[in-house]
Design a protein around this ligand. Sequence first.
Ligand SMILES: C[S@@+](CC[C@H](N)C(=O)[O-])C[C@H]1O[C@@H](n2cnc3c(N)ncnc32)[C@H](O)[C@@H]1O
Length: 214
Amino acid sequence: MVATELRSPVSMRRFVIIGQKATASGDFRLDDLAGTSGRLDVLLRCIRSAILISHGVRSDVVVYLVLRGGTRAPRVLRVEAAATKFLRPDERSLATLVKKALEAQAEGEDNGFIDVRPGLSVRRGGLDEIVAELGDARLFVLEPTGADLRLAADLSGTDATFVVGDHLGLDDTTRARLAGLGAVSLRVGPVAIHADDVVTVVSNELDRRSTGRP
Ligand SMILES: C[S@@+](CC[C@H](N)C(=O)[O-])C[C@H]1O[C@@H](n2cnc3c(N)ncnc32)[C@H](O)[C@@H]1O
């Protein structure tokens, strides 16, 4: 296994999903994913929403799952769309792929991301360990109380990172850290919706802007 820097130096969309209790180990049951994984299923649906389109992937997307639950926490799983293989939309396939990635004994993951599957890498740590990798990307935190996404200044064409909570939302410490990093709070609408739906709406907005075909 090899340590990797991000492969694509050009403009990217990044999503960071904070899993408050999502397991950082592969120690969960595929036949009871939601009940045995600290709701890793929520995070897997976010991968699907961010990356998979009909018959393909958005190759400029990177998703980080911040995994704060289970025996191997804290750990981050990084999914680079451009390098993935065998990424399928159904939850069981995604869960199988992620389970294998999390089961890997990734030597060196204390110091950086280690490839464990094509496009999938893991590292020890949490939000703070990702921040260095985001570089100059503008940082947004998704919250129902934020400013309207539709009215946000141009979001396409340059790097942007969007942080989303899981079913438990974002904890105060994470909010404070994001505020300290200058994150701008955005809402996709007035009603609190599921995390993967938020990722879908943000992705749709970015698709509309980046293609110039609203
Ligand atoms: C299911 S919600 C979390 C609900 C949780 N009970 C709470 O009170 O925060 C999951 C995440 O989606 C995002 N979210 C939900 N609705 C949103 C909205 N209307 N606009 C922006 N982000 C939203 C937030 O990041 C939230 O943490």
